[in-house]
Write a protein that binds this ligand. Sequence first.
Ligand SMILES: Nc1nc2c([nH]c(=O)n2[C@H]2C[C@H](O)[C@@H](COP(=O)(O)OP(=O)(O)OP(=O)(O)O)O2)c(=O)[nH]1
Ligand SMILES: [Mg+2]
Length: 144
Amino acid sequence: MENAAAAKETKKHVHVAVAVVLNRAEQVLVSKRAAHQHQGGLWEFPGGKVEAGETVLAALDRELHEELNLRVQRADAIMEIKHNYSDKQVLLDVWLVQEFSGEVQANEGQQWLWADLNTLQSLQFPAANVPILESIEKLLAGAH
Ligand SMILES: Nc1nc2c([nH]c(=O)n2[C@H]2C[C@H](O)[C@@H](COP(=O)(O)OP(=O)(O)OP(=O)(O)O)O2)c(=O)[nH]1
Ligand SMILES: [Mg+2]
């Protein structure tokens, strides 16, 4: 087998539930990935890996609760993004969450903020996030 093909077959695949949590002030919840994590030091939309036997929605709710103390009451699918990093292939399952309960609390000591569109555009996200940011821009621009 050629090296490139071998690398492709052995590359780690992860299925990730990702939440675009939008509040009534049209701000989106973002948090900062810890330095030691994959894509560390960059901002992210909260979420994490879907576990075996778990639905994506259950993973979305579990991760938001574990990381930031929120519970998802309703989520609408926005898009799926397949992206190849050099070391990993991710499938981001992205959901819009406008109905949620709880107050944000950084359970993992991470930085977080409710970002308006301007702030969002000034933050650095992983490369896979480009289509998510475009979609939020459209959503918020269309809201006026
Ligand atoms: N949550 C999240 N992950 C993202 C985004 N963009 C992006 O490329 N990713 C990638 C980075 C990681 O490779 C993967 C998420 O996996 P993760 O390791 O953070 O998952 P997890 O929360 O279950 O964390 P862990 O307990 O395994 O550390 O998806 C994003 O906006 N949000
Ligand atoms: Mg996570």
